[in-house]
Design a binder for this molecule. Structure first.
Ligand code: COA
Length: 155
């Protein structure tokens, strides 16, 4: 059984473990730059104080992936990770749709390393407009953007 829900408290420690288990390449893709274990722990520890929300996907009781929604002025910045064994099953897409449903009413943004083909495909499918910025693509999803003609409010 799969379901998505916000996590806090002890589950954030599980989320940190998911991030710490990523190899160096995936960590760089996730954070946009190499990240030490200490930096990953500090990032997760600061989420609540920053007013960020984490939506997690559970498969058979285990955390299979998560999306962060971090306030950035009037916009919401999204960042997704899926555990390697759970990839290519549409989990990131479901997390993205869930995050956009929560963030409706705000502009959504995403920063993607240019080489990150999977995340670029997801962002475009999700209605983000991508523009290059150095080694990254900055994605912005304006408020009125819809997927396939359907409002995300119905996602
Ligand atoms: C990017 C990531 C979240 C995708 O997770 P996922 O659950 O495998 O993604 P999905 O199964 O929902 O697939 C999403 C799309 O990406 C495509 N895709 C997935 N992995 C891919 C890969 N390695 N290369 C190219 N395309 C890929 C899928 O085909 C799908 O596109 P389509 O439906 O148009 O064919 C996952 O690979 C990951 O955690 N990577 C490391 C962290 C990261 O890069 N996070 C993004 C930070 S902005």
């Amino acid at each position: 059984m799969q379901r998505i829900r916000p996590i806090s408290g002890a589950w954030l420690a599980c989320y940190a473990e998911l991030l710490l288990a990523l190899d160096a390449t995936d960590r760089r893709l996730r954070f946009g730059a190499p990240a030490t274990d200490a930096a990953v722990r500090a990032h997760v520890a600061a989420l609540t104080a920053r007013g960020a929300m984490v939506l997690a996907m559970f498969r058979d009781g285990a955390l299979a992936g998560a999306v962060e929604l971090a306030p950035d002025g009037t916009a919401v910045e999204l960042a997704i990770v899926v555990a390697p064994p759970a990839r290519r099953r549409g989990i990131a897409w479901r997390l993205l749709r869930a995050a956009l449903a929560v963030a409706r009413g705000s502009e959504a943004r995403v920063q993607i390393l240019a080489e990150n083909r999977a995340m670029r495909r997801l962002a475009v499918r999700g209605g983000f407009v991508l523009r290059p910025s150095g080694a990254e693509m900055l994605g912005v999803r304006p408020l009125e953007r819809r997927i396939g003609g359907n409002s995300l409010a119905a996602a």
